[in-house]
Write a protein that binds this ligand. Structure first.
Ligand SMILES: [Zn+2]
Length: 162
């Protein structure tokens, strides 16, 4: 989930009982939920307010989100492949598992910038740089091939000439 998706759902939760949005509370949400899917957070919030009238803490929502995510994973037997990203701008690294048809293109979700800096970006803003794909199991063979060509630029030229 991107920071802006989390922010949208945080405001959605605040709106249930007119809770005033709070920067520190939102930061807690942002740090806990980034690896989960938007639909799971939305479902957990909606489920919470069926019976509760207080603002939910991340610890209140995470078990519900994990349950929904596990149930879906158990039903979904589509093979997944490891992809690892690294942000060239801030150094943020991330590993995930994608289906064969999913795009590996990702904008950096980190809220630190630039590299080596511990300064947070303003609330709701992320680094946003296009992350480098370091490993993509689906592309690994094609990647090795491209790298070989790139490190032997003469070879390709020769082949073109011949
Ligand atoms: Zn970044």
């Amino acid at each position: 989930m991107t920071n802006s998706e989390i922010q949208k759902l945080y405001r959605h939760a605040c709106g249930f009982r007119c809770f005033p949005p709070d920067d520190d509370q939102f930061k807690g949400w942002r740090s806990k939920f980034s690896l989960y899917e938007e639909r799971d957070l939305r479902a957990a919030i909606d489920e919470w307010f069926v019976t509760k009238s207080t603002m939910p803490l991340p610890a209140d929502l995470l078990p519900v989100m994990q349950r929904l995510s596990d149930a879906r994973a158990a039903r979904d037997t589509t093979p997944r492949y490891m992809v690892a990203w690294c942000c060239p701008c801030c150094g943020y690294g991330k590993v995930g598992f994608l289906k064969a048809t999913e795009s590996a293109f990702r904008n950096c979700p980190s809220f630190y910038s630039p590299i080596g800096s511990k300064t947070c970006l303003p609330l709701g803003e992320t680094c946003g740089a296009t992350m480098d794909i370091r490993i993509d199991e689906r592309q690994s063979l094609a990647w090795v091939e491209r790298k070989t060509v790139a490190s032997n630029p003469g070879r390709e030229a020769m082949e073109d000439a011949g």
